[in-house]
Write a protein that binds this ligand. Structure first.
Ligand code: GLU
Length: 273
């Protein structure tokens, strides 16, 4: 019988989202080993002829590390300033590691008003398409230095699903500090079960999602489930997996049973929520 994950091998356009907790240590300093592996695996996928887009958090987290601050900033104006520093550092890092594997990167910073306006959305889609045609790897983040409540996405899980929809991706992979979607919060309870495949997001599943995640990251399972709803409704398969070793991306692409696969409505036949 054909496994529902086998189809992931054929994904041509893939958006990969990494969270701050994957990119940095608890000290706030950058995890070079992971960024290096991520750059290697993504460059390898590009060499296979796939289109790859990275959605990366970390502007604020890396800014905190670079400026040697004690914790995450609290006010909007502090966040904006610190993100301005961290985003530069982050892109410098990505540019350096991807160039080791022969790839050029391009930065796209988004706010909600851009994707909600027809003309601006078309323009940004053109930017993605042109970068991808040139074999350049787009790296996306929220434009934290200008984003205020009215125009922000708020979290990069949601942003990554919107980007997957914008570029017409086949697959969205969210790398996090958790192995996948459980029937409860594994950080609070033991003996829970990782759900391998989810074909429909039911109210029971939403109850499992709980509240926000780690002190360095922003999301948690609730935002990942929201991302899954946006992605699957847009015809994009989505996998949540642990980013501790970014080589897991290759396992996912080979259809191995890792993390949790949310099957797109196009494939599951569900009409969504
Ligand atoms: N855009 C934020 C940053 O780069 C992260 C938001 C998130 O992790 O969800 O720091």
């Amino acid at each position: 019988m054909c496994n529902i994950r086998d189809n992931l091998r054929n994904a041509k356009r893939i958006v990969i989202k990494v969270g701050t907790s994957t990119l940095t240590y608890d000290t706030g300093k950058i995890n070079f080993t992971r960024i290096d592996k991520l750059a290697r695996v993504m460059s390898d996928l590009a060499n296979q002829g796939k289109d790859v887009v990275l959605v990366s958090s970390g502007a604020i987290g890396v800014g905190v590390g670079k400026l040697k601050l004690k914790g995450k900033p609290k006010t909007v104006r502090e966040k904006q300033a610190i993100a301005a520093v961290g985003q530069c550092e982050l892109m410098h890092m990505y540019s350096k590691f991807f160039s080791d594997y022969g790839r050029i990167v391009g930065q796209i910073l988004l706010t909600r008003d851009v994707v909600e306006d027809d003309i601006r959305r078309k323009n940004v889609i053109n930017t993605f398409e042109n970068l991808l045609e040139r074999g350049i790897i787009p790296i996306v983040n929220e434009n934290d230095s200008v984003a205020v409540e009215e125009i922000e996405f708020g979290d990069n899980d949601t942003l990554s699903a919107i980007v997957a929809q914008l570029v017409g991706a086949d697959l969205l992979i969210i790398l996090s500090d958790i192995d996948g979607f459980y029937n409860g919060d594994p950080k609070k309870n033991t003996g829970l079960k990782l759900i391998s495949v989810i074909e429909q997001i039911t109210p029971a599943l939403e109850k499992y999602a709980g509240g926000p995640g780690t002190k360095r990251g922003t999301g948690g399972m609730a935002t990942k489930l929201l991302a899954a709803k946006i992605a699957t409704a847009a015809g994009v398969d989505m996998v949540i997996s642990n980013g501790i070793n970014p080589e897991v991306i290759m396992d996912i692409m080979e259809g191995k049973d890792v993390g949790t696969l949310f099957v797109s409505n196009k494939r599951s036949g569900s009409s969504g929520q």
